[in-house]
Write a protein that binds this ligand. Sequence first.
Ligand code: ATP
Length: 572
Amino acid sequence: MKVLIPYVKRYRKDAYIAIISVIALVFATLWQPRLLQVVMNAILKGDKATIFQQGILLIGLAIIGIIAGVINTIYSAHVALGVATDLRADLYSKVQSFAYADVEKFSASNLVVRMTNDINQVQQIVMAGFQQISRIPLLFIGAFILAMVTMPQQWWVLIGMMIIVLGVSFYSYKKMSDYFGQTQQNIEDVNTVARENLMGIRVVKSFVQEPNEIDKFSKVSDKLTKVTAKIGYNFAILMPAFFLTANIAVAIAIYIVGQNVTTHPAYLAAITSFISYLMQILFAVINGGFLMIAASRANISLGRIGEVMATTPSMNYVQGDDTPVSGNIEFDHVSFTYPGDEKPTLKDISFTVKAGEMIGIVGATGSGKTTLAQLIARLYDPDSGVIKVGGVDIKQLPEKSLRETVAYVLQRSTMFSGTISANLRQVKEDATATQMQWAANIAQASEFIERLPQTYDAPVEERSSNFSGGQKQRLSITRGVIANPKILILDDATSALDAKSEKLVQEALDKDLRHTTTVVIAEKISSIIRADKILVMDDGRVVGNGNHHQLVADNAVYQEIYKTQKAREGVK
Ligand SMILES: Nc1ncnc2c1ncn2[C@@H]1O[C@H](COP(=O)(O)OP(=O)(O)OP(=O)(O)O)[C@@H](O)[C@H]1O
């Protein structure tokens, strides 16, 4: 909970108002039974002046209580909303500072739950805290003292009731907070299964996986139901147990005091007041318990938020001015192991590419092509060796320089929801309509964009679901080339394009991005056949480096790939 203090301090004024108003509310609540007692006594005595005077006071006190309650709710909400908004913003900034590997470590969906569900829990506890935290002890102690003062002879009823009520509550709340901890985990499991299913709904439908998916979902959902039902049973027992205890205490008090009412009529007023205080004590205990449960849930959430906040990004960029670099690439004895893996994925890789050259990367699936490309874009840092871009170690390049130099187009990269132009302007802020057209022409995207009613201002849905696979790839290539990068990496980025379109993209790249170094990862040799240099990868190593003719002549792995594809596709 310490994490919250600096955030609450930012809303100091609202917090003070919330606390002062809650004190006024408690005062009004505690004083009402006392006044009622006075009014009742006056009624019994027929003292009209006191009835009138104290009656007005009673109404005034009730109004103060209502106003204080409203003010407290408003200002508690100000603090809670403010804290949640700031915490969410900080968490989001923190995640933005993460390296790709850090995001992978937590998983994207897990981070989303922390930024939404967990922040929500914290917001609720801050709200409840400012509404209840001072109210509960003040009400509890105040009502206890006033009940004692009102009917000191009934002290044992009060103490007896407190022991039973506190005992029952302690036992039940302890049990319930365990269940609430489990619920949190179960909700997360239900979320994960549902999200995975909905994101992969096409696969689910095409493989007729609905029954299996329903089965998977039912299992996690049943677990959640069971724990929730247990909480329900506990509540079902707890509430009547509380009220039974309170009612027994009240009944005992009435029985004992009732015997004296005929001789001491003032006891009637006192017992009314005494019962009100008993109810207030009960209210304090019940609310205190709920607050404890909410606090333990929020504590779990705060722990999860704190874990993200305490993570130091595994990659840092040097600060400094934008350093323009050329499109040369150099790998010098680079090896890389994925975090958590034992064996390296890339082993001792060395090669150089001159600015403006085209380099192809081929190799069996899983041989490390994408991993190598990711290292050029510095999504990961190598375990050993040096990667240079434009002659500069990429670890010495400010992030902005690297991003401006290297554009990375993935096979399944999606656009952000918004419009096509907004996506392009994320890469090149000041992109003009002509520049967008230029980029779309290269990617063979202008034809379908210009057929859309709003052309470049056409909407892009979440995960670009309103575009076909081929259109998504063309849009991604458009985004990749819009800023005229020094290095363009196309990671299987034309796989969904027909042969004719792919050829047109290649020709446009050759013509319009003549000075750009192009790194093309492809399954098909036809996509890289014209490259200045082709790297052949096998099990994390570069086992061939040359142009197509050289490799066909002397590289066994390349010959094998070429032969297989030639037979299948008729590659010349
Ligand atoms: N994020 C990751 N964490 C751990 N291991 C990974 C990760 N990404 C890839 N790998 C592993 O690294 C190896 C190389 O993967 P990579 O994606 O670089 O191969 P690739 O040659 O591009 O394959 P493909 O042609 O199928 O795309 C594989 O064995 C893969 O399982």
